[in-house]
Design a protein around this ligand. Structure first.
Ligand code: SF4
Length: 405
């Protein structure tokens, strides 16, 4: 077969696209082209966007670029520089109040009552707190992997990053998943090697897991490039990590032996407000931290978080605080204590019905349950009008049918 000669030539040209409003005719289905064979494009926002992406310049479109046929490049023309990502603007961090907040009255008594009651309670935070970094329960037949101090620090910061908007057991399980499912365990190298999707699979039960999976990849990158592969041990560097806020930074520093601030989470924030430890109700965890740090003795900073978190998980719950079980209420030290009426015992009625010979024998169980909804009220204070506790009784009947073998 004779060889085929191909002549290569280059040419530079631009294509012009005219954008104009659709005419009545075009709206009726007929198309109308200009004499210069410009391509008519209806001015829909979607179309404009897709043309911009493909590099077609529309008249009047300042941001568009000239179309390069067949990928040809115009050497004289400057390539568009990709928009630089704006660096993360660190939030202004206030380390201490200019004017200290006064210590609340009888706080020592209250603190002592809570501390003593906490000793009798085993809360989720005691077994699955972030400072444990997903360590504790051994898998059956498996030994706990031996970790370096560097890996321990990494697992603490990872666990803290996963903990926002997530309950302790879920955070703990997610950290354990990373530890056992990433090849090599929860190490910097493993986080670097894993894809965002693999990380996301391990942590899919925690709140905002998609964002957190990306943040863990960013964490690994930052530790490698800025901190020699280790978690930094100073507040400003910790706050520069995407996904780490003051609460996590202070908790991390406390967990690694630096007592420079109180880690204030939702429990500490809520309980100190219920106890009215703030002159004015605080709106953010940061306001709470600044107030507490200005009067709470420094030797109590490392323990106050865990003490109040466990107390909040079991007694002073966000919804339905168990004031009936609370020693602070008994000691009349809490202005927010509520009257809680214990619910009555459930009544259970059981009926047994046996069917005839031809059918399968059936047991019919009817349960009558009496529930008591508690509508509690804040105990009257001098300035607050008294409120009444109301009981509402709801009778439920539930029928369960079971076949007897
Ligand atoms: S009395 Fe009630 S509101 Fe006050 S600390 Fe105890 S549980 Fe919380």
């Amino acid at each position: 077969m004779a060889p085929v000669r191909v002549r290569a030539s280059t040419s530079t040209f631009t294509s012009r696209v005219t954008l104009y409003e659709p005419t009545a005719a075009s709206l009726n289905g007929s198309t109308s082209h200009s004499a210069t064979s410009d391509v008519a494009i209806a001015p829909s926002p979607t179309r404009r966007r897709s043309n911009r992406l493909s590099g077609v310049k529309l008249e009047g479109d300042e941001e568009g670029e000239l179309f390069k046929p067949n990928g040809e490049d115009d050497a004289d023309e400057e390539k568009p520089t990709p928009k630089a990502k704006s660096p993360r603007k660190p939030k202004k961090h206030v380390e201490a109040l200019d004017k200290p907040h006064p210590a609340p009255k009888r706080w020592e008594e209250t603190y002592e009552v809570i501390r003593k009651q906490r000793q009798t309670i085993f809360a989720p935070v005691d077994g699955m707190g972030c400072e444990q970094g997903g360590r504790s329960a051994k898998k059956e037949g498996e030994d706990e992997p031996v970790e370096s101090e560097k890996d321990k620090r990494l697992s603490i910061i990872v666990s803290l990053m996963l903990s926002s908007q997530t309950k302790d057991p879920v955070t703990h399980q997610a950290t354990m998943n990373l530890r056992y499912q990433l090849p090599g365990g929860l190490t910097l190298e493993a986080l670097e090697a894993a894809t965002v999707e693999q990380i996301d699979q391990c942590i899919c039960k925690v709140g905002f897991h998609n964002t957190k999976a990306k943040n863990l990849k960013l964490l690994a990158e930052r530790l490698r490039t800025h901190h020699d592969g280790d978690v930094p041990g100073d507040l400003p560097s910790l706050l520069e990590i995407v996904g780490v806020g003051p609460k996590m930074a202070y908790l991390y520093l406390q967990a690694t032996g630096q007592n420079i601030g109180i880690g204030v989470d939702t429990h500490v924030h809520r309980i100190t407000n219920r106890l009215r430890w703030h002159q004015k109700e605080t709106q953010t965890a940061e306001q709470t931290r600044l107030n507490l740090e200005s009067w709470l003795p420094k030797h109590l900073w490392p323990s106050v978080n865990k003490m109040l978190v466990g107390f909040g998980q079991e007694i002073c719950k966000p919804v339905g605080p168990r004031c009936d079980l609370c020693d602070v209420a008994t000691a009349k030290l809490c202005p927010s204590r509520r009257v809680v009426v214990p619910s009555p015992k459930k009544k259970v009625k059981v009926e047994i019905e046996v069917k005839g010979e031809d059918g399968e024998p059936t047991v019919k169980v009817a349960m009558e349950e009496e529930e008591q909804k508690l509508v509690s009220a804040i105990k009257p204070e001098p300035t607050v009008p008294s409120a009444v506790a109301v009981n509402e009784t709801v009778v439920k009947e539930e029928v369960v049918e079971a076949t007897v073998a």
